[in-house]
Design a protein around this ligand. Structure first.
Ligand SMILES: *[C@@H]1O[C@H](CO)[C@@H](O)[C@H](O)[C@H]1NC(C)=O
Ligand SMILES: *[C@@H]1O[C@H](CO)[C@@H](O)[C@H](O)[C@H]1NC(C)=O
Length: 282
């Protein structure tokens, strides 16, 4: 039997899991990169010192565990105090804590990235936060207080103990993508989702993903995105009691299309959001 290292144990002790894992966030970034206008591409490149959105998409998950970045931990989620699976809802007054939440963070960093008075470093950081949080908000369990967003629901994946939240972030996503966090998986998964957006099964509904897409009403749009994702908790994510169950089976089969559409949505929205910000601040 493998004895877990101290580092692995301390990771297990982290109360709230990451958000889409590294591959999920990188896919959101890669899809968004694909939809940038030429002007937005250069706007982003200048802010990110030449980096792509895909490559910086997980920075906020590293930063939150540093002393300097601790303040940003609540920005990765909104703890909706609803009653899944019978009633799902997100309410900003009820659910966004005093320390902020993903909705207030998207609004804050949308404003900051366009604020010409910020230093280059602060502007870059604002964009990196935004790239990450527009990804996090589409993960249904990031918009849910129940059992700490599923972190406290133990499940197994291929026999190994994990929790419901982590399975959505990483194990199920990597299975849907067809591999782990490698650049080959990133390319093929993002190409598959871009194909569906352009001319496949998502092409008829992608316009509805942008039904709230005004950068001047960032808080309202971020709330609408949180509500859209939170609804999946009643429809599927928390509909059945998965406590102690193996997820790599029927549960995964139902989860896969939700993961794929939510990642595609996040990437498509992020690209559009950045295009609008770049156009408004040439
Ligand atoms: C906005 O972001 C800045 C920089 O990270 C932070 O200091 C500030 O507290 C944030 N404000 C809100 C309301 O989240
Ligand atoms: C994921 O892959 C990227 C690109 O190959 C790499 O830079 C990053 O360190 C990897 N992250 C993890 C957590 O393995």
């Amino acid at each position: 039997m493998l004895v877990p290292s101290a580092a692995a144990l301390s990771l297990l002790a982290i109360p709230v899991a990451h958000g889409w894992g590294t591959l999920g966030h990188a896919t959101v970034g890669a899809i968004a990169d694909h939809y940038l206008t030429a002007q937005a591409k250069s706007w982003v490149s200048t802010k990110l010192d030449g980096a792509t959105m895909a490559s910086v998409a997980s920075w906020a998950d590293t930063y939150r565990y540093t002393t300097a970045g601790r303040f940003s931990a609540p920005y990765h989620f909104i703890d909706a105090e609803d009653s899944p699976p019978s009633a799902c809802s997100v309410n900003l007054n009820r659910d966004c804590g005093a320390g902020g939440c993903v909705v207030s963070a998207i609004a804050n960093y949308t404003q900051r990235v366009q604020d010409g008075r910020l230093t280059h470093e602060n502007s870059k950081e604002a964009l990196e936060f935004l790239i990450h949080f527009i990804g996090d908000v589409t993960q249904p369990l990031h918009d849910e207080a129940e059992q700490v967003g599923g972190n406290d629901i133990p499940v197994t994946w291929d026999g190994a103990t994990t929790n419901l939240h982590a399975c959505w972030d990483t194990q199920m996503l990597e299975k849907a993508a067809g591999g782990g966090n490698t650049s080959a998986t990133l390319s093929s998964f993002s190409a598959t989702l871009i194909g569906r957006i352009d001319s496949g099964s998502y092409s008829g509904q992608k316009a509805s993903w942008l039904s709230c897409s005004n950068i001047k009403t960032a808080s309202a749009c971020a709330l609408a995105w949180a509500q859209d994702a939170n609804a999946f908790n009643c429809q599927y994510v928390l509909k059945t009691d998965e406590n102690g169950k193996e997820l790599d089976g029927t549960y995964y089969t139902g989860a896969e299309p939700i993961i794929e559409i939510q990642i595609a949505k996040a990437g498509y929205r992020l690209g559009d959001w950045i295009n609008k910000m770049a156009a408004a601040n040439p």
